[in-house]
Ligand binder design. Structure first.
Ligand SMILES: [Zn+2]
Length: 333
């Protein structure tokens, strides 16, 4: 998600109101809605609990920068998740604060800190997903690029993370993982972007799912299906008695992509970030979860966005899963 200029809380009186209303309905404050969500998870005794195949953390929206307290915040997040016994971290994109509209010298600093933090504190394998802020210089004028540089666009992040392609899949412990790449340039807005799977990626997704019968986890940076626009402001607005959601906020091709998942029949869990809000919704047997943000409100105190969070996920051998939102334990309030 694009950060509001200067003050992340500025744009979201509407969102705060919506969250407050939601929290009020639940009898809880919005900042701690995730804790209540954890508490409401159905209890299972040991005899009926399915066997676990893999425990991993979904870390989304890290927004690492040396200019805000990312270093203690990330250190705490790694410590907390690893104390939970995770065997892998699956990131959700927006790994660095920004390279979409930021000059090279600053982008260099942010990637350098990311590598330092993962090297020093991450003890488990990592699989990365890319977000809008990880794309180098789509906003040419603000990034000071021409667009013909060797590391322009996705090339920089792929090289930094030693990834061969924007999207990919892999198997682990009897589950299939699909990592999507949601963000494309907006032909009408040099500094904008749109969320959808381009034709090549959509065809690849259909073929990839057709080739596996394993229960499947999908991760995209931008949500494909989400209820969060209903409770936030910013790019969601009412126009002429219609609710209009920005094409950069939620996948424009959600009906198509959900149709692919439904047809495949084995997509169990679809993870996203981007919103810095938490939700979970299920349709046609597919559960969509937006996992908040490891940076909370971009490493600043926030009453509008979520506290620093990650998702702790157990994948089970019977194809079921357990999904919990957890505080990283780092606060800046
Ligand atoms: Zn984003």
């Amino acid at each position: 998600m694009q950060q509001a200029p200067h003050d992340p809380s500025r744009r979201s009186f509407t969102a705060l109101t919506g969250l407050a209303a939601l929290g009020g309905a639940l009898g809880i404050s919005p900042r701690f809605a995730h804790a209540q969500a954890n508490a409401s998870a159905p209890a299972q005794n040991a005899a009926t609990r399915p066997a676990r195949a893999l425990r991993f953390a979904h870390f989304t929206d890290l927004h690492i920068t040396p200019d805000r307290p990312s270093e203690p915040g990330m250190k705490k997040a790694f410590e907390t998740a690893q104390a939970d016994g995770i065997e892998m971290i699956l990131t959700g994109g927006d790994l660095i604060m920004d390279s979409f509209a930021t000059k090279r010298e600053q982008v260099d600093r942010e990637w350098a800190l990311l590598h330092k933090l993962f090297a020093e504190h991450c003890k488990v394998p990592v699989e990365h997903c890319l977000g809008n802020h990880d794309i180098f210089g789509f906003c040419l004028s603000k990034a000071g690029l021409e667009g013909d540089e060797a590391d322009f666009g996705y090339a920089r992040a792929l090289a930094e993370l030693k990834l061969a392609a924007r999207w990919r899949s892999f198997d682990r412990n009897g589950w299939h993982f699909i990592v999507l790449s949601s963000v494309e340039r907006d032909p009408k807005d040099e500094c904008g972007y749109l969320a959808y799977l381009n034709d090549e990626q959509r065809a690849w997704l259909e073929a990839d799912l057709a080739a596996t019968k394993l229960p499947t986890v999908v991760v995209s940076h931008v949500p494909i299906v989400t209820v969060t626009p209903a409770v936030r402001g910013g790019e969601t607005e009412r126009k002429n008695d219609k609710t209009v959601i920005s094409g950069g906020l939620v996948h424009l091709d959600a009906p198509t992509v959900h149709g692919v998942f439904r047809k495949a029949g084995n997509v169990k869990l679809v993870l996203s970030g981007h919103m810095h809000l938490i939700d979970r919704c299920e349709t046609d047997g597919v559960t969509y979860c937006c996992s908040g943000a490891v940076c909370g409100g971009w490493w600043k105190p926030t009453k509008t966005y979520c506290d620093p969070t990650y998702a702790l996920i157990d994948l089970n051998t019977d194809g079921s899963f357990d999904y919990r939102i957890k505080p990283t334990g780092w606060t800046n309030s």
